[in-house]
Ligand binder design. Sequence first.
Ligand SMILES: NC(=O)c1ccc[n+]([C@@H]2O[C@H](COP(=O)([O-])OP(=O)(O)OC[C@H]3O[C@@H](n4cnc5c(N)ncnc54)[C@H](OP(=O)(O)O)[C@@H]3O)[C@@H](O)[C@H]2O)c1
Length: 324
Amino acid sequence: MKTYRITNLDTPVSRIALGCMRLGGSWGDVPVTADDRKRAVAAVAAALENGINFFDHADIYMRGKSEEVFAGALKELGVRRDQVVLQSKCGIRFAGSPSPESPGRYDFSYEHITASVEGILWRLDTEYLDILLLHRPDPLVEPDEVARAFDELYRAGKVRAFGVSNHTGPQIALLQASLDQTLVVNQVELSPLHSFLIDDGVLADQREAIYANASGTLDYCRLHGIRVQAWSPVAHGVLSNPPDDAPANVRTAATLVTQLAAENETTTDAIVLAWLLRHPAGIQPVIGTTNPLRIADSCLADDVVLSREEWYRLFIAARGGPLP
Ligand SMILES: NC(=O)c1ccc[n+]([C@@H]2O[C@H](COP(=O)([O-])OP(=O)(O)OC[C@H]3O[C@@H](n4cnc5c(N)ncnc54)[C@H](OP(=O)(O)O)[C@@H]3O)[C@@H](O)[C@H]2O)c1
């Protein structure tokens, strides 16, 4: 697997990352089963065998169980800490905590960030995180407070690099102005079926631009050396296995994906991921499958380079309309 560099990290990272949200059983209050643990070991083993060294987490995934079973899987597979790059996120709080009327919300307070990292390190059974991301923009963010939390975590050796998720360029700039640490990652939803950040640039000054409104986020990240990571990069597999009631654009794009997979002698998931890898921002797809065969199928994307024509055909088919 070819690699990318991420600012402030010594270890080169695989161009494709494994997202660990679906490890750990269920989102409910149900304990992890032996089967969940077995599935996690198989998924992590498949990722490592196919060249993935980068694993994405969040404190909330399956209410912490994803991080826990992942740590167990690394232990069972005998993986050393320095063989993997671990990223997690904080800043989202579930409804009902601390009081029953507390809503689901975002929290970038010093207390919440520092306490969340303690929990993450404990569940991942590690002394440090390679990267900590702030999960979703908090409208009540006080950048100086984030700066104090990041400083403390960095100085204590608990977090080596910092980033954000689902943030626009201006939101990153606002935070960065107060931070001593450079923000090195922005993780966003991006796939041929969810291409608003790319549409944003294409549609500027068009009537439809009002729907994109992504504030030049991709260009901002490129300009500032911020690694863009794509979550839900295969849009849950619907371009490989479209449901019977799929809208016309999904069916057309899925047919094209099948055709491109045959022409490039690869898999459909690999074509969808190759579409992201072809973008010059240097996008790192964070795949969410836990199926070892699909993990292997996805990693074939590393060998596929779509032509400009192929890239645009899929872009246009998936967005369901021609370019301006
Ligand atoms: N930052 C954020 O706000 C945010 C939000 C959501 C997710 N994430 C991160 O992004 C990662 C990936 O997200 P995701 O899981 O939504 O992404 P995804 O890779 O687009 O979707 C994975 C899902 O699609 C299914 N799938 C994949 N290929 C398929 C195919 N060919 N046919 C049928 N089904 C297929 C998988 O099922 P199988 O497991 O059965 O293969 C799995 O349920 C997460 O693990 C998490 O780390 C971040």
